[in-house]
Design a protein around this ligand. Structure first.
Ligand code: AZE
Length: 183
């Protein structure tokens, strides 16, 4: 929806959470207001036998303007009327890390290579989003395949965030153990 109305944003049709499960590397991100994951962001989505979706996410953060930490986050997802729109409850393994309750919308994915995620935290009176964040995920830590760039660019434009993304750096595979050896 080029009118930038949050309610008109098109999400993935016939979203299949089982195919979405597994590891995704954030290759680009648009930050919300406030603290956010910096780089080396890896998310892992899991589907339980009852169909319930959960996720973990890791990434580097800087808190209190100087402390570099590895964030290890957990999330549970609540279903909504739309299979591609979830409510995400999340919290950090360390008590000082963020907790929250955000939208988690899957805008577009081919399940095997790329996914575009979107969350609007605050809608303005005019119906546009005034505090959003978004991730472009890839199955490959090296980034998007050239053939996926076009669709991802198109989706960034549809959610009115074209030109607002920054590339997410990956310095090798991030696991918790790895992260603490590295910092
Ligand atoms: C997301 C998808 C997988 C699960 C989670 C995600 C989001 C995590 C954050 C974390 C913020 C942490 C901060 C720490 C100081 C969307 C990658 C949990 C938003 C700011």
């Amino acid at each position: 929806a080029q009118d930038c109305q949050v309610d008109n944003i098109q999400v993935m049709q016939n979203f299949n959470r089982t195919k979405y499960a597994g590891t995704w590397y954030a290759v680009a991100k648009k930050d919300p207001v406030g603290l956010f994951l910096l780089d080396n962001i890896v998310a892992q989505f899991n589907i339980a036998e009852d169909g319930q979706m959960t996720a973990t996410a890791e990434g580097r953060v800087i808190i209190l303007q100087q402390w570099e930490l590895c964030a290890h986050m957990f999330a549970t997802f609540e279903d909504t009327y739309d299979p591609a729109k979830f409510k995400m409850k999340y919290w950090g393994a360390a008590a000082n890390l963020q907790t929250g309750y955000d939208d988690h919308w899957v805008i577009s994915t081919d399940y095997d290579n790329y996914a575009v995620h979107y969350a609007c935290r605050e809608k303005g009176y005019d119906g546009t989003c005034i505090d959003s964040y978004s991730f472009v995920f890839s199955r490959h830590p090296t980034g998007l395949r050239p053939e996926d760039q076009y669709i991802v660019t198109q989706k960034k434009q549809e959610i009115c965030l074209l030109g607002k993304y920054r590339r997410v750096q990956h310095n090798g595979r991030l696991s918790l153990v790895w992260c603490y050896l590295w910092l």
